[in-house]
Ligand binder design. Structure first.
Ligand SMILES: *Cc1c(COP(=O)(O)O)cnc(C)c1O
Length: 402
């Protein structure tokens, strides 16, 4: 039997599936966005202003939350949300290692300790049973991630939070369209943070949003995101006449610009059309890969809606003579870009050294982290693009099967 070292791709003289490279996460930018950005530039008002207000209103309506505050990233939103719910130095905050760095980095920024609870192997969302085991008297908050667009088990997490007096900040970077048991993501936890980074379901280049139903939190985040200046300080140069602002506390420079909101307004208007297209692609992938040595994402339970943000395959590497990274490289050689979401955070140098984590402390996250591969799922993909992805994945995995 050939060894992993013997794996070679592409085979000499072989033709790749595509000559024109298919990038992972191609943004869906249309004429509306381009015209709105141009109009913003011509208006002379580039910074935080009327377009941010419009985008916040549209997002608030879409999410069903009482308040929506636009910021320059989801990371900024996580930071402010955790301060807003009272996380301070020395507290413990429970989150999942199967996430992007910023979820746990934001906890570290506050001098709090990230305490990881493992993910479920099937859903890749945080396992409420493991959360329960990790609660201590120092625990202040839980930060679940709605992984790939699948809602975490919010009913169970909310019960735990209530029983132990904990706050919930949801990392909904993947989950703008998600619903959990009939409730829209954005309306459940104390704060919910969304991302409009270029690969997300709604984009503004860089950008984020926090939703909450709590007016005090909403007011505080508005002020904290703009240096701690009194409300609506951005209006100070408007034609309503000059008004002094006052500094209430040393806040942060986290405000979104109108230039960013100009893109977001039109992206959000098309959100359901994008979701429908990604759902079609998702179903095509799911049927095309059913017989391959890989796990495909399980469908959400009745009453939930999946945001279809990432189509993740979990390679059955025991049945392959290539590693995940070799499969990724082979797809690259075939002209298909893919992504890794994520190599488990507890195995990254900072977290493993600072907190002494070993890979098997979170066996499910470590297991998923070396098998996971995300395939292109942009609504911009043509049917031909989708078939090329399928052809390339089948070609590589058929050759890699032991
Ligand atoms: C993208 C992402 C973030 C960070 O979002 P930014 O807007 O880039 O700050 C946080 N958490 C998860 C799970 C993400 O995918």
């Amino acid at each position: 039997m050939p060894t992993r070292d013997a794996w070679q791709w592409p085979l000499p003289g072989a033709q790749p599936v595509r000559e024109d490279y298919l990038v992972f996460g191609r943004p869906d930018i249309r004429e509306e966005e381009i015209r709105e950005v141009e109009a913003t530039l011509r208006s002379g008002w580039l910074g935080t202003g009327p377009r941010v207000a419009r985008f916040e209103e549209a997002f608030r309506d879409y999410s069903g939350a009482r308040f929506a505050m636009a910021l320059n990233s989801c990371t900024a939103g996580l930071h402010l949300s955790m301060i807003a719910v009272g996380v301070t130095a020395g507290d413990e905050v429970i989150t999942c290692p199967m996430t992007f760095a910023s979820t746990a980095n934001a906890i570290c920024h506050l001098g709090a300790t990230p305490v990881f609870a493992d993910c479920d192997r099937r859903t890749l969302c945080i396992d409420p049973d493991d959360v329960a085991r990790r609660i201590t008297p120092r625990t202040r908050a839980i930060v679940p991630i709605h992984f790939a667009g699948r809602a975490a088990e919010m009913n169970r997490l909310t019960d735990l939070a209530q029983a132990h007096g904990l706050k919930i900040v949801e990392d909904a970077a993947h989950a703008i369209e998600s619903v959990h048991q009939g409730r829209k993501i954005g309306t459940i936890g104390d704060c919910t943070t969304f991302s409009f980074y270029v690969t997300k379901n709604v984009i503004t280049g860089e950008g984020g949003m926090v939703t909450t139903n709590d007016p005090a939190i909403a007011d505080w985040i508005k002020v904290a995101g703009l240096h701690g200046l009194t409300q609506d300080a951005w209006k100070r140069f408007s034609d309503e006449g000059y008004r002094h602002y006052e500094v209430i506390f040393p806040g942060f420079k986290y405000n979104m610009m109108d230039l960013q909101a100009a893109i977001g307004i039109h992206q959000l208007a098309r959100i359901e059309a994008g979701w429908k297209r990604r759902t079609q692609i998702w179903q095509r992938y799911a049927e095309a890969f059913a017989d391959l040595p890989l796990g495909i994402p399980p469908e959400p339970p009745p009453g939930d809606r999946h945001a279809r943000h990432l189509f993740i395959i979990l390679l059955r590497i025991e049945e392959l003579r290539a590693t995940r990274d070799q499969v990724l490289q082979a797809l690259h050689a075939e002209g298909i870009g893919s992504g890794v979401h994520y190599r488990a955070l507890h195995q990254h140098p900072y977290y493993s050294k600072r907190f002494g984590f070993r890979p098997d402390d979170y066996p499910n996250a470590a297991w998923a982290g070396e098998r996971t591969l995300s395939l292109p799922l942009s609504p911009r993909l043509s049917d031909r693009d989708v078939e090329d992805v399928i052809t390339a994945v089948r070609k590589v995995l058929t050759a890699a099967a032991r």
